[in-house]
Design a protein around this ligand. Sequence first.
Ligand code: GDG
Length: 463
Amino acid sequence: MARVVIVSNRVPLPSKGAKAGGLTVALKDVFKQGALWLGWSGEIAAETATSAKLHNSGKLDFATIDLSEDDYRRFYVGFANSVLWPLLHFQPGLLEFDREDFEGYLAVNSTYAKALAELLRPDDLIWVHDYHLIPLADALRALGVKNRIGFFLHVPFVPASVFGVLPSAEKLLRMMLTYDVVGFQARQHLHDFEDCLLSFLNIARQSGEPISYEGRSVVVDAIPIGIDSRGFARQAKKAVQSRAAHRLFESIEGHAFMIGVDRLDYSKGLPNRFEAFGYLLDRFPEHRMHVTYLQIAARSREDVAEYQRLKRELDRLSGDINGRYADFDWQPLRYMTRAVSRASLAGFHRQARVGIVTPLRDGMNLVAKEYIAAQDPEDPGVLILSRFAGAAEELTEAIIINPYDPEEITEAMHEALVMPLDERKDRQEKLFEKICQTTAITYCRDFINALTGGTNGHSLTSQ
Ligand code: GDG
């Protein structure tokens, strides 16, 4: 049976105390069959390593590479997170393109390819994750690697009019077609990719058909990522009894409670959400003294200037809202930039009457699914969801909003806070059913099946 080789920017090394994140959980069926996972160690060294360091943990082998400071700056901070991330989230105005960063991005991908090629077996299936590694298949092919290679993009894709802003747009697009499978989170991203293929390469894809490119066939599809919904539901039910959940419950003193959980990232639409909460207290004074909004916004990519600017803006906005509306015994907005444990999050979601997920763009947004999974079916909360999150293609029973309109978010907050129990239960039932259909397991199964053409015995079980 073929081994699966996963390549992603970061590797969840157990020795680093890494918690099982979305991808790790999602890939658990793949792991059962033995797997190798290669990526950056998270360490900065004097020189970028030319071979990977090997670590073993049960059926999983990890292979890590340290990056030099210069490669970290050019590859990770520069091209990946200051060019591709804003571009693929429809923010071309934030792009900071630099040719040397692009060269650094290609060079690090070539380094990964060389390190990986040394470890490959002939029938390994290679599954590459995300925008950091678009050139990897091209670099592997240049080394003569013949294995099947698939690519999954966790973030959105953009139409040709936006993608064309990138000076190296056509080159990257061609690199994507070096893969045997290219997977997106949502149908919209697939449409946007097809728009780019037509516009830049004059390739018109027949609906549902693979693409023929340079004598090869490339499968492209929307394969939405999911979570272990029933597992997270169990965790939430248990966590609501935890000390952290009790502390939160006591501190809100019977107020209605709304929650947001996001990395502190400009794609997540946090300033508009804060503003919307201010409007709520303005336009619907009945909620003053009666609602508490907790925003957990774990700091992220602090080396990128735009993230530092966003943090200053949110510090100011939260201070402004609390200064304006707080009373001596009530603080409307609690805003923290520290991460909390996954178990605590599960318990907090279950306690929250409203879950607020308002990204300006998002590949999927797992928090939306986690919020639904965590709810008590007998007294569920309400999800407010941006129409620009990939999750909105599936989770249509949420209150769907346009995150560019803070007042629309305000109205959704009010609607959610006053929604009758019957309607909440009805929406929750349908949403929960959906997140149990598209899970972490179905995601892996569908991707691996696309990569093997369903032929190599990798029939992953459905959940
Ligand atoms: C990318 C794409 C796509 C957040 N704060 C804490 C914490 N989290 C966890 C959440 C969730 C995960 O991090 C975030 O996942 P998202 O999907 O919401 O967003 P990104 O990080 O931007 O992920 C996205 C995803 O990849 C997967 O394909 O959905 O579109 O942008 O699981 O719960 N976890 C803990 N403490 C926190 O403070 N423990």
